[in-house]
Design a protein around this ligand. Structure first.
Ligand SMILES: NC(=O)c1ccc[n+]([C@@H]2O[C@H](COP(=O)([O-])OP(=O)(O)OC[C@H]3O[C@@H](n4cnc5c(N)ncnc54)[C@H](OP(=O)(O)O)[C@@H]3O)[C@@H](O)[C@H]2O)c1
Length: 269
């Protein structure tokens, strides 16, 4: 049973729900947030809030010095962003921002806390996505980031597993959080939508994700995170929601072009 845990991105959505759940189960919960206001709110709930911007290596080291000074039973990599955009529309900065927040930052943080995880024989939980294994149209950079995270998770397990540290992936489909609204801001930041040949598709994908496709709640995902931390044997991957189960279990068996057609139909047409 994990007792002392760190949840990244505790300020909203899935992270906030996971913090709430783990506190109510009696965990000592460290939670990261970038704004002082969010950290105050987390402290008021009984968490131990700490600042972290995953794009700032120095902040990762400062956090690790404090949180990693004692054995750590659980590290939940939840913080993440989704930069939408067709591959032909995304500039280099968009790719770098996507990969820094979702892959390079979490990998650096894992490295910085590996000693504390080994000391506790702790667990690592990575919040991935349906998009890691399923080609969600116009989420290529995001999908690439989650596929990379999954590759790192699987290798990490084979490397550190013998030391008693287990690694799980949580794979949600759409979740009802502010994530999509933030993604739209990132799209506007990086892509000149009006000039794009995909202008109309962007609207349809956003509408499909926000209105047509079945979404789970942040607490459904938090429950899966809790299971990864507490199950006697940590699951290696937990899809959350019907769409995620379809994407991670069934679609992969179909020929690539059939998958392409189904995904285009689900998200765009
Ligand atoms: N919502 C979905 O449909 C969905 C589906 C599948 C997977 N996921 C994954 O679930 C995770 C949580 O997403 P969510 O739905 O809960 O979205 P959210 O409400 O937007 O939460 C994202 C969290 O990440 C943090 N974050 C963003 N950039 C950061 C950075 N540079 N450094 C440190 N923290 C940063 C945010 O902190 P600030 O408040 O400080 O910005 C926030 O706490 C993500 O990894 C996402 O990819 C979401």
């Amino acid at each position: 049973m994990a007792e002392r845990v760190l949840v990244t991105g505790g300020s909203s959505g899935i992270g906030e729900a996971a913090v709430e759940r783990l506190l109510s189960e009696g965990f000592e919960v460290w939670a990261t947030a970038r704004s002082a206001e969010d950290r105050d709110a987390l402290d008021d709930r009984g968490a131990r809030a700490i600042g972290l911007d995953l794009r700032e290596p120095r902040e990762i080291q400062t956090l690790a010095a404090e949180v990693g000074s004692e054995p750590l039973d659980g590290l939940v990599h939840n913080a993440g962003i989704g930069v939408p955009g067709a591959v032909e529309d995304l500039d280099r900065e968009a790719w770098l921002e996507q990969l820094e927040v979702n892959v390079v930052g979490p990998a650096t943080l894992t490295r910085a806390l590996a000693g504390a995880l080994r000391d506790a024989e702790g667990r690592v939980v990575m919040v991935s996505s349906l998009a890691a294994r399923t080609q969600v149209p116009f989420y290529g950079a995001y999908g690439a980031s989650k596929a990379a995270l999954e590759a790192a998770a699987a290798t990490l397990r084979t490397e550190i597993g013998p030391a008693g540290v287990d690694v799980s992936l949580v794979q949600p489909g759409p979740v009802a959080t502010g994530f999509q609204a933030r993604s739209r801001e990132l799209l506007a930041e990086h892509v000149d939508v009006e000039e794009s040949p995909h202008r109309e598709s962007y609207e349809r994908v956003a509408e499909a994700i926000l209105e047509r496709l079945p979404a789970v709640t942040a607490d459904d995902v938090a429950a899966a995170i809790e299971r990864c931390l507490t199950a006697r044997r940590a699951p290696t991957r937990v899809p959350v929601g019907r769409l995620a189960s379809l994407g991670t279990r069934a679609l992969g068996w179909l020929p690539d072009r059939t998958q392409d057609r189904i995904l285009r139909w689900l998200f765009v047409d």
